[in-house]
Ligand binder design. Sequence first.
Ligand code: A2R
Ligand code: GDD
Length: 310
Amino acid sequence: MRVLVTGANGFVGRHLIHALVKREHEVFAGTRSKEVIFGGQIMSGLLDILDVDSLSSIISKFKPDVIVHLAAQSMVKEAWKQPEYTLRTNVIGTINLLEAIRILSPETKLISIGSSEEYGLSSKYESILTENVPCLPQNPYATSKHAAGQLAMQFANKENLNVIHVRPFNHFGPGQKEGFVISDFASQIIKIEKNLSSTKLRVGNLEAKRDFTHVADVVRAYIMLLEQNVANGYYNVCSGIPRKIDDILKTLISMSSKSIEIELDPNKLVPSEVPSFAGSYEKIKEAVGWTPKIDISDGIHETLEWWRTN
Ligand code: A2R
Ligand code: GDD
């Protein structure tokens, strides 16, 4: 298949591009800020989803069978600092893409990437979140992803488009930048190991619980959704297990030989945070046969090793 990926130079994008090539798909990797050579036969070019002309031109020329829309302002904490920018990128960017598909390429299937954050406060009332649970987003990032998903479904219904809105829960793995919890902890541990900083590891809210999936499992889910015929709608990608951030931290520390002190950094706390998220992956399992495969400790170990060598 001909697959266009937006936000291709992000954490998930780089994993997805290589997994798509392994499956022998023809790929166009769209990046915003700099031209990136992905290697091999992979086509790539500048693609800012807020630039309607370049978006239209790439869709007209490449004629994708599928678009995986990863491009976003992806950080919850950053969204509180830049709500307007977050909404513009995540909502207007998605509208631009939907309009371009409607006008230029209505046969193209869109895999829009949302977030578990969309469920927000509903997680207080439902211990395991299915796609039918109503969304009560609690921050501008969550609102932006929820709006993008709703718009995607509205366009799909009105214009008879093929659209899936995925709700990945937290994901992690090698190559994730700082600013996300496992990378934040792993990068600090490695700095401590290399004596590049004091032995204090600075943390935010350790009481929160999140549902983590390895990025390789996440991109396998996206590929199964794009390769197979599935009904339009919302699909969770998750492990089903709420894990306390404190337990993740302990696992990471147990993998280092250094003695490490923990220090609360008030700057790392996130306003009005949802205490716990855990999802159900029954719908995607039923639709395409996906289940998560990678053991969390193995994934955490791999991530720590990545920080050791990068
Ligand atoms: O910051 P850059 O220049 O590397 O670009 C980011 C890109 N991006 C955009 N691409 C095109 N037009 C825009 N206006 C635009 N704004 C941002 O999206 C970056 O390469 C990518 C997002 O990558 P990450 O921040 O690493 O997110 P990650 O973990 O790969 O998440 C992928 C998707 C996102 O929609 C998240 O909200 C969701 O999964 O969890
Ligand atoms: N980043 C970070 N750094 N988070 C910390 C820290 C720290 O030092 N200490 C504790 N936490 C807590 C946060 O308060 C949050 O409860 C949890 O760890 C996870 O934080 P993040 O990794 O920053 O992820 P997120 O849940 O805010 O958002 C991520 O997952 C969403 C899916 O649920 C992002 O990847 C989003 O793009 C994605 O949609």
